[in-house]
Design a protein around this ligand. Structure first.
Ligand SMILES: *Cc1c(COP(=O)(O)O)cnc(C)c1O
Length: 498
């Protein structure tokens, strides 16, 4: 398997190179050259454990000898890496349990160390990076640069903290994330970690990081990579849980082999839902992939009109991890539908004018698979309350956006297939909003966490117990235009002393 840039197919890399590099030299994202050799053995699905499904998906997407060159059984080698990444990290050892709620299923992807779905990928990415480094005999130190809308940062810090041969710098929007999210990051003790608040919004942080990739002159012995979903090594582990959800539905006799299933995905950077599209391309029977947005509904508008326009007001919402106007991974879908040349020209339009328009044929191809909808903050909170009242099930604000979109969609366009709503964060990570939703009083966000526990009786995730007392060890704040010089300074230092 080779990986090609979405903007120029002449840029061809092995899986190991694509993982190490993160983003292509021309600013494009890496895509498998084809899905032909990646078909998943569905007939074996019910015999496989969650971790075996992950290993199978990785061995299909990262086939060839660039990873684990000396192992003849690649699947077994990937399984070892999956176990190193996951063992002991998820409650009940299950990275994606399904809960039945009403007539749908909620896939709970938040049982990892930082209580958001990004753990599923980011507990594994360091293993993939370490193997790619070893297999390619790379001597340089890898500096992971990441922009976060709140959850990638803590998950990436948790994954990479004190991993040899790597350092990690995380940028987050100073006023765009919750107090719990912020404390999870700025209390990270790893000696190879650096956390920086940017005076701006997520898109500023993300553009700043892309700019650093494109322009920073690196000192000898240092290479940059990314833990954002622009890195294919971050996306691939997410493909597995779509297969796993299907397996769980089969095992629970909720569906029969071959039945299609819909997935409703709370979306920001379009990575999670795109992983679902990868799964479909690898043979998973999918009905529709429904893209759920909050008030920053640039994607809802795109799926409706075929025009992507980021020139609009930005809203800080109660589902902050989805407060994004430039959904990077949409580029990968465009590449599949339109090819590299048109993809490159759309991306140029986006950069120059903040807008691009696809043809009606292209839109029709996309709409055959994708639907979209959005929910504003008020409806999101209402839905948390109504689902709790009706089903006794408590969900976070991101999941609630998707649930609301599911309810509306099922009423108007539903296709009769079973539907899985992806739950991307623990309610405890956004406990103040959840408490507001169910009409309960509290003092501050940390107090809300305790009170939510008293109210619902649901267990507080271990990593959030005592979060308020965790000391702050990072207090860097930079202007968005100073990100480059900040990183230039940091990569020049041998040791980071806090
Ligand atoms: C990151 C995140 C999302 C959005 O996922 P994308 O892959 O960026 O679309 C949704 N919900 C939560 C809680 C997140 O952390």
């Amino acid at each position: 398997m080779f990986y090609l840039s979405t903007r120029n197919e002449k840029i061809r890399k092995t899986p190991a190179e694509a993982i190490l590099q993160g983003i292509a030299d021309d600013g494009g994202l890496y895509m498998p050259e084809s899905f032909e050799s990646t078909s998943f053995p569905m007939e074996r699905l019910t015999e496989m454990s969650g971790k075996e499904i992950s290993a199978k998906v990785l061995s299909l997407l990262f086939s060839g000898d660039s990873m684990f060159p000396e192992d003849s059984d690649k699947e077994a080698a990937f399984l070892k890496a999956v176990k190193r990444g996951y063992d002991g990290k998820f409650d009940d050892e299950d990275y994606a349990p399904l809960a039945k709620v009403g007539d749908a299923y909620v896939m709970e992807l938040y049982h990892g160390p930082t209580c958001a779905f990004k753990d599923v990928a980011l507990q594994l990415l360091p293993q993939l990076v370490a193997e790619a480094k070893r297999a390619t005999e790379m001597k340089e130190e890898i500096v992971i640069l990441t922009a976060t809308s709140g959850d990638t940062g803590s998950a990436a810090l948790s994954g990479f903290s004190d991993v040899d041969g790597t350092k990690i710098i995380v940028f987050y929007p100073k006023h765009g994330i919750s107090a719990v999210q912020e404390r999870q990051m700025v209390s990270c003790k790893g000696k190879n970690t650096c956390v920086v608040a940017v005076e701006g919004k997520f898109d500023d942080a993300q553009s700043g990081v892309k700019n650093i990739f494109a322009t920073l002159q690196l000192p000898e012995g240092v290479k940059l990579s990314s833990a954002n979903s622009i890195n294919i090594g971050r996306l691939a582990p997410q493909v597995a849980y779509y297969f796993k959800a299907y397996r769980d539905l089969l095992m629970g006799n909720e569906i029969k082999m071959g039945d299609k299933v819909n997935f409703i995905v709370p979306t920001g950077n379009f990575g999670d839902i795109l992983a679902g599209y990868f799964a479909m391309n690898m043979g998973l029977p999918v009905g529709k992939l429904v893209c759920a947005s909050n008030e920053n509904k640039v994607l809802t508008d795109f799926f409706e009109k075929g025009v992507y326009n980021k020139n609009r007001d930005f809203h800080v919402t109660k589902s902050p991890s989805m407060d994004i106007l430039i959904s990077s991974n949409l580029e990968r879908l465009l590449y599949l539908v339109c090819g590299a040349e048109k993809c490159a020209s759309y991306m140029k339009d986006l950069k120059e004018n903040g807008e691009y328009k696809i043809s009606s044929d292209e839109l029709a191809k996309i709409r055959a698979i994708f639907d979209a909808g959005f929910a504003d903050d008020k409806t999101t909170l209402d839905v948390i309350n109504s689902v709790y009242a009706k089903h006794g099930y408590i969900m976070d604000t991101h999941t609630a956006v998707a649930w609301k979109v599911y309810e509306d969609w099922a009423k108007d366009n539903g296709n009769g297939y079973k539907s899985v709503v992806l739950s991307t964060a623990s309610a405890y990570k956004f406990s103040n909003s959840v408490m507001n939703a169910i009409g309960k009083e509290y003092d501050d966000e940390f107090d809300a966490l305790e009170k939510l526990h008293k109210e619902t009786g649901a267990k507080i995730p271990g990593s959030l117990v005592g979060i308020k007392e965790k000391p702050v060890v990072h207090n860097n704040v930079v202007k968005k235009e100073d990100m480059l010089t900040f990183v230039a300074d940091m990569v020049g230092k041998k040791e980071w002393i806090k």
